[in-house]
Design a binder for this molecule. Structure first.
Ligand SMILES: C[S@@+](CC[C@H](N)C(=O)[O-])C[C@H]1O[C@@H](n2cnc3c(N)ncnc32)[C@H](O)[C@@H]1O
Length: 296
């Protein structure tokens, strides 16, 4: 059993609304500092801020303000997003990746961490070592490497071709996994926490510190977004790598999954997306979570 003041239990006992429960978490100076600028602001409620904005050029976020970043950026594999073009030349994709990784680095606190969900590699339109390339890019910017989690995506087949069938001539090898790179800005050890609550249980800690995570991917159709990750992914990252009351950023929020799990686990969160439709979808999912949690 974890030893903590259980905010969820307290909220249940006192029959608190989502708004009242949000008030149990101390405010974060990050969100307060940003509250004067409303351009592109889609929502700012219950410790969640969501902006319809391009993360790379956004002015909404203070330097040295984020405790944890959890995201899945565009993979450049030809997904049909309604705003972002996912079909760039690989060199151009690496430039985009460098630019956002630099911006993300600047907004992190010194003990800030990043969980970056990316493909291991890419096989459509030429093989590329995406995981290795983005790790090197991040390290060049100044990110420190901590570890890599392998997400064994049970229900996904990445196979698109065999290459040469039953022949050594040119076979294709494809691993049905994705990566979650774990990086940090300057110091791995977190010494300050905003509340005394520690919300990870013994069983969760033991299971999740084993770096092979096995759970299914999310259905695009069910969520209404072309590339959502399952709630289990940000849930584990948020509980394993941040404290209650910390601020979590998702620069590519999509359907808002990171924001959902940050709220659900009593963290502050900030999300960005270039598509207004995806922002509206994220807002709708959050409101459903607050009103009828069983429906989501
Ligand atoms: C892989 S999806 C993220 C999905 C999300 N994890 C979820 O669970 O729904 C990437 C998202 O990045 C958004 N995007 C692309 N370029 C962006 C940019 N420059 N700034 C903000 N969002 C961007 C796309 O619209 C898309 O929704």
């Amino acid at each position: 059993m974890a030893n903590f003041v259980d905010i969820d239990k307290l909220a249940l006992q006192l029959n608190l609304s989502p708004q009242e429960k949000a008030k149990l978490i101390p405010p974060d100076e990050t969100t307060q500092l940003l509250s004067d600028d409303y351009t592109g602001l889609v929502m700012d409620e219950n410790r969640v801020k969501l902006y319809h904005d391009d993360f790379l050029t956004s002015q909404h976020i203070q330097e040295n303000s984020i405790d944890l970043l959890v995201t899945s950026p565009p993979y450049n594999v030809g997904i049909e997003y309604n705003t972002h073009d996912d079909t760039h030349e690989y060199a151009q994709y690496l430039k985009f990746s460098r630019d956002w990784l630099q911006k993300a680095f600047d907004v992190m606190r010194d003990d800030g961490r990043m969980c970056l969900n990316i493909p291991l590699d890419k096989n459509k339109g030429g093989q590329q070592s995406v995981g290795a390339d983005l790790t090197i890019l991040a390290k060049e910017i100044g990110w420190q490497y901590h570890s890599t989690i392998i997400w064994n995506e049970g229900n996904i087949s990445r196979r698109t071709a065999w290459g040469s069938w039953m022949s050594a001539s040119a076979p294709y090898v494809i691993a049905p996994v994705e990566l979650i790179l774990v990086l940090y800005k300057k110091h791995w050890k977190k010494t300050k926490r905003k509340t005394p609550e520690n919300d990870i249980t013994r069983d969760e800690f033991m299971a999740w510190t084993n770096g092979v995570w096995t759970f299914n991917g999310e259905s695009k159709k069910r969520i209404g977004h072309p590339a959502p990750f399952p709630r289990e992914l940000p849930r584990r990252c948020v509980k394993l790598f941040s404290f209650v009351g910390d601020t979590v950023l998702d620069p590519f929020a999509g359907s808002g999954t990171t924001l959902l799990e940050s709220w659900n686990n009593n963290r502050h969160s900030i999300g960005f997306d270039v598509s207004i439709e995806y922002c509206e979808l994220a807002e709708k999912r959050l409101r459903t979570l607050w009103q009828s949690p069983k429906l989501i």
